[in-house]
Design a protein. Structure first.
Length: 231
């Protein structure tokens, strides 16, 4: 079952109410909180129950209004906990990605102020503590472009013309890394930097293997923007 934004709203609300009161939640309460009819809420919650997101609990009404009548309440299941937790995690990761992207693009725009070497030192210091593959990959892309800017700036135009239009993002990203290394090997005499490049390109390739297609596409978009800002 696809968890649409509407279904997600119902699950989030019923989870909030359940955790707040530590008790099963009546569908009318959910309807009032979301501003929908009680029948719309009931149908949605029953649908979510059938798919395993909720468990129904029937409680006998003890009030005088409907004495002895069974009323249906709902409880979020472990599936709901897992799905919402995963979606929250993905949302947080996406937010971190956008923050990182803007930070690194801004670094390119201000590259001349601190100087490329200072930027490289800053990148290397931060990269050692990054665990998320897509974030690490973005930092490595930045590191590689800055190195190109120092040692082989003409290669940037070559990459823009011949590498970026490869059909599959993983192939384009790998070609980009290989092109950078090949060009810097021709011009750089700093063997320590070359060793660092080799290590990080290997990490870059490993990260590309780990991430999904959407993340590879995000990296490709970042690479295109970064090269555009730099050149």
């Amino acid at each position: 079952m696809t968890l649409t934004q509407r279904r997600k709203e119902f699950l989030i609300k019923i989870k909030q109410l359940y955790e707040k009161n530590n008790a099963p939640v009546h569908y009318i309460t959910v309807a009032e909180k979301l501003g929908v009819s009680k029948w719309s809420a009931y149908e949605m919650l029953k649908e979510l129950e059938k798919k395993g997101f909720l468990a129904a609990k029937y409680i006998v009404d003890q009030e005088k209004k409907n004495p002895g009548r069974s009323m249906v309440f709902f409880i979020p299941t472990k599936i709901t906990e897992e799905v919402l937790s995963k979606k929250e995690q993905l949302s947080n990761q996406l937010e971190e990605w956008h923050r990182t992207k803007e930070y690194l693009l801004q670094m390119f725009k201000n590259l001349e102020k601190p100087g490329p070497q200072k930027v490289i030192d800053e990148l290397l210091e931060k990269m050692s503590a990054i665990e998320m593959p897509i974030i690490l990959s973005a930092y490595i892309i930045t590191f590689l472009i800055v190195c190109l800017k120092i040692f082989s700036s003409k290669s940037i135009q070559f990459i823009k013309k011949h590498v970026l239009f490869t059909s599959k993002p993983e192939i384009a990203l790998s070609m980009f890394a290989g092109t950078v290394l090949g060009n810097i090997l021709k011009t750089a005499a700093n063997f320590n930097l070359i060793d660092q490049l080799t290590v990080y390109i290997k990490q870059f390739q490993n990260s590309i293997d780990e991430i999904n297609f959407q993340e590879k596409t995000l990296l490709m978009d970042f690479l295109k923007e970064a090269l555009e800002v730099t050149s």
